[in-house]
Design a protein around this ligand. Structure first.
Ligand SMILES: [Zn+2]
Length: 298
């Protein structure tokens, strides 16, 4: 765990989760009064938000920094997206703190289904979240409802660029090491690449991902993630051009490693690539039927 950054008003609390999240944890953040991605209730997060006898809990010391005064006031709660490893304790912390909960205006139904809560308010791209100074930055791709949150003063420098902030709570858009899943049907590779490009061009000083450590070189990491996708796309296109005639064949040809335990993710990833290639007219229309049935449902 990295020490709290004295230049950053952003506090990270690692939350153990049951899913296949990278490293088995999701990062919840507190930034400018906004609680983001409370994945589960923990003593450390209680302490960070100032509820539930935070003073008796010794386990969260390194996550909770130097705040010994009863925690940080919460003005709003939001999530980067509604995958299960990001939403688990939204309702609980809304109840514990009394803070209003905000959802993307275009994805309220999905938010309600995932959290069991009707949001108190909504935001759209570029809006401030509730009364906080944090702004939503639409970054769909990993999930269709994915947003990031730009935090003013969240980096070392202070100037006016996209989002009005220098740090970005980037959810599952990016990770410092490895890559994130962008799989059909919920993931959309074209949107994902556009989102990475948008964030790269906005030149944030630092990205704070949903999993793993902070990203101090957003330009290089966005570039690496874009290149990784384009490499995979090349492998899928090569597989099709070499004669793969169904999704199975494309998966086998595009991945050279053992897929035990991740075969479903590999398949969803390959289908997302095939959807992009099809939309761009780079593979034949016959692939529409071959990937149909992979692309329906949630
Ligand atoms: Zn996710």
């Amino acid at each position: 765990m990295a020490a709290p950054d004295p230049d950053s008003p952003i506090e990270r609390v690692e939350i153990p989760v049951d899913t296949r999240a990278p490293g088995g944890t999701t990062n919840a953040y507190l930034a400018a009064g906004l609680l983001v991605d409370p994945a589960a209730r923990t003593g450390a997060l209680d302490a960070a938000v100032g509820v539930g006898g935070a003073g008796d809990d010794e386990t969260g010391d390194d996550e909770t920094g130097d705040d010994e005064t009863g925690g940080t006031a919460i003005d709003a709660i939001a999530v980067t997206h509604t995958h299960p490893d990001h939403v688990g304790a939204v309702a609980e912390y809304a109840d514990l703190t009394g803070a209003p909960v905000f959802a993307h205006a275009a994805h309220v139904d999905r938010f309600v289904a995932a959290t069991g809560l009707e949001p108190d308010g909504t935001y759209r791209d570029g809006d401030r979240v509730g009364d906080t100074t944090v702004r939503a930055v639409e970054t769909s791709g990993h999930a269709s409802d994915h947003v990031a949150f730009a935090v003013a003063g969240g980096g070392a420098r202070d100037d006016e660029r996209e989002g009005g902030g220098r740090a970005l709570l980037c959810g599952d858009l990016a990770v410092a090491e490895g890559s994130v899943v962008v799989g059909a049907p919920d993931g959309d590779l074209r949107e994902y690449l556009d989102s990475l490009e948008r964030v790269r061009e906005a030149r944030y000083d630092r990205l704070h991902p949903g999993h793993g450590p902070a990203i101090d070189d957003p330009e290089a990491v966005c570039r690496r993630l874009i290149d990784h996708r384009l490499d995979r796309e090349r492998a899928v296109l090569d597989a099709v051009e070499a004669g793969a005639s169904d999704v199975e064949g494309a998966v086998d040809a595009a991945y050279e490693k053992d897929l035990t335990g991740v075969a479903d993710l590999a398949r969803a990833t390959v289908v997302a690539h095939l959807e992009k290639l099809l939309a761009e007219g780079r593979i034949g229309r016959e692939w529409a039927a071959r990937i149909d049935g992979e692309t329906t449902g949630e």
